[in-house]
Write a protein that binds this ligand. Structure first.
Ligand code: NAD
Ligand code: UD1
Length: 337
């Protein structure tokens, strides 16, 4: 079976390509490399001893997509390609709506033309409305997003739900990721953010490796066990395996289904920093600063639906995530460069 992976050179995409190849799937990637490096896929090939067929280009390029579908018998598509920086989306809303929405519209249009209607979409826990009870179930309220990035995920979910209502042959999984961190155990592939990291773990690893002076912990006055924000961190390899499970699901169902990909356990910023220091025996200097606007106190998943319907469950713990994130960063202090 052959899977088209859009955005396959990126952080989650490269880990998913590796898991797909290890599970016996053939992989075709389309990526414009706007936030990634071909080196990730070279390393995936080295690690697996298998080949990825790569097309450099934009998912919004209809002719390119037609060519890819004409040259490859595709059975299912995993759609990662998108821009993901929350702050940047506030500053450049048009660019985010154009890239993230049009990529999905062009992709599904060409899929409809060629009659290949199995799709897995990278959504986010950010689609859930603030104020829902924890843990978040897939039935919790969505919308009311606080930034254009979040709205692109919400709107794309809506587009895909409407598509499935109108066209009964479609099968779509909306995978709502919680907080992916960590790296493949080899330390050969990992997260390589451009510029100053927005997310916690890449900031922590860059402090540990000496690229940044200290971590800012955004607030210690939340209503949590130690006052710092609580999140559902999930190992990127577990997340990647969730996609392999979703491929099996979409191939055997029709309609549109949302799934949480999280562990179901929340850890605070200080839990993560302390575990990181302990398991890696390295210090991460930090200071407490003001809260970051838009941040929630607590966010974690109810992963039961994914366990029941996808037969998937996260297996790695916070110590594994911290160890593997450091293994990647210490072996690649400057990322893929
Ligand atoms: P990433 O930036 O590492 O990967 C995205 C890839 O898509 C990159 O390789 C980029 O070059 C490519 N891309 C972007 N726009 C494209 C376009 N128009 N055409 C072709 N390629 C394009 O990000 P990631 O962390 O691997 O995230 C993958 C997906 O998961 C994204 O859609 C992101 O919004 C979503 N997501 C990520 C997180 C997270 O914490 N990393 C959380 C929730 C959802
Ligand atoms: C953020 C985005 C979310 C996106 C997700 C994955 C915001 C408001 N939300 O989620 O839309 O889906 O990333 O890309 O940006 N923290 C620090 N210091 C730091 C960085 C983070 O203390 O330097 C804290 C945060 O306050 C939070 C936790 O660490 O409590 C996790 O933050 P982060 O990794 O940015 O993820 P989210 O805020 O959950």
């Amino acid at each position: 079976m052959r899977i088209l992976v859009t955005g396959g050179a990126g952080y989650i995409g490269s880990h998913t390509c590796l898991e797909l190849l290890e599970s016996g799937y053939e992989v075709v990637v389309v990526d414009n490399l706007c936030n990634s490096n071909m080196e990730s896929l070279r390393r995936v090939q080295d690690l697996t001893g298998k080949t990825v067929r790569f097309y450099e280009g934009d998912v919004r390029d209809e002719e390119l997509l037609r060519k890819i579908f004409a040259e490859n018998q595709i059975d299912c598509c995993i759609h990662f390609a998108g821009l993901k920086a929350v702050g940047e989306s506030v500053a450049q809303p048009w660019r985010y709506y154009d890239n993230n929405l049009n990529a999905t519209i062009v992709l599904t249009k060409v899929m409809q033309e060629v009659g290949m209607q199995n799709l897995i979409f990278s959504s986010s826990a950010t689609v859930y409305t603030e104020g829902n009870p924890m843990p978040l179930r897939e039935t919790a309220r969505t919308g009311g997003c606080t930034n254009p990035y979040g709205w692109t995920k919400y709107m794309t979910e809506q587009i895909l739900m409407d598509l499935c209502r109108a066209e009964k042959a479609w099968s779509v999984c909306l995978l709502r990721y919680f907080n992916p961190i960590g790296a493949h155990k080899s330390g050969m592939i990992g997260e390589d953010p451009q510029g100053i990291p927005n997310n916690l773990m890449p900031y922590v690893t860059q402090v540990a490796v000496g690229r940044r002076e200290q971590l800012s912990v955004f607030g210690n006055d939340y209503d949590t066990h130690d006052g710092t924000g609580v999140r559902d961190y999930i190992h990127v390899v577990d997340l990647a395996k969730g996609h392999v499970a979703a491929v099996k699901y979409v191939m055997n169902h029709t309609g549109c289904e949302a799934f949480n990909l999280g562990t179901g356990t929340g850890y605070s910023v200080l839990d993560l920093v302390n575990t990181f220091q302990q398991v890696n025996n390295i210090s991460v200097p930090y200071r407490i600063t003001d809260r970051r606007p838009g941040d929630l106190a607590v966010c974690y998943a109810a992963p039961d639906k994914s366990a029941e319907l996808l037969g998937w469950k996260a297996e790695k713990n916070l110590a594994d995530m911290c160890r593997d994130a450091w293994n990647w960063q210490s072996k690649n202090p400057k990322g893929y460069q």
